[in-house]
Every structure is written in structure tokens, then in C-alpha cells.
Write a protein that binds this ligand. Structure first.
Ligand SMILES: [Zn+2]
Length: 91
């Protein structure tokens, strides 16, 4: 079982050798896309040093009151793209 606070998974698969790596991130990191798996694990495959990957992102958390509160309190956080588009359309 994943530890509480890091329950969302990102994985990448090396396009060259098929080596699979994954990391766990928190709900906050998943919702606001704060983690770049290539930065976490390094830009190259740990097995063959290739740099092309297929990246599978986390299941994006449901936007709930907890996330909206985080977002409201921290202007550096951005929500998913469709919401940003909505905001731009309002201008
Ligand atoms: Zn590889």
C-alpha cells in the first residue's frame, strides 16, 4: 500500500529498452502537476542511457474543496488546462 500523502503514480517506459520506472507523488503534486518525472529520475534511462520515454501520468485527483483551498491560497499553483482556458475566455 502506498503511504498516505503519496498515492498518485507517474511512470515512464524507455522507448529503447523498455525499462519501466515509476514514482509516487502526493495529491497536491498530482493535481497541480508539480512533479516532472524526468527531473526526479534523471533525463536518461538508468539501464541504457536513452533519453526517449513514454510517460504515463497519474490519475488526476478529483478537484475537491481541499484542492480548491490550496489553489486559492497559493497563486503559483495552476489548475488543469481547461480551467485556465476558461479564465482566459473571461478576460
Ligand atoms: Zn532504456
Amino acid at each position: 500500500m502506498a503511504s498516505p500523502g503519496s498515492e498518485y503514480k507517474i511512470s515512464r517506459t524507455c522507448n529503447n529498452c523498455g525499462h519501466h520506472e515509476e514514482i509516487w507523488v502526493s495529491k497536491r503534486e498530482a493535481a497541480f502537476e508539480l512533479v516532472d518525472i524526468d527531473q526526479r529520475l534523471g533525463p536518461a534511462c538508468t539501464k541504457c542511457s536513452a533519453t526517449l520515454f513514454s510517460t504515463s501520468y497519474w490519475t488526476v485527483p478529483e478537484l475537491d474543496l481541499e484542492l480548491l483551498t490550496m489553489w486559492a491560497q497559493d497563486s503559483s499553483l495552476s489548475l488543469m488546462e481547461q480551467d485556465e482556458d476558461l479564465m482566459l475566455a473571461d478576460e
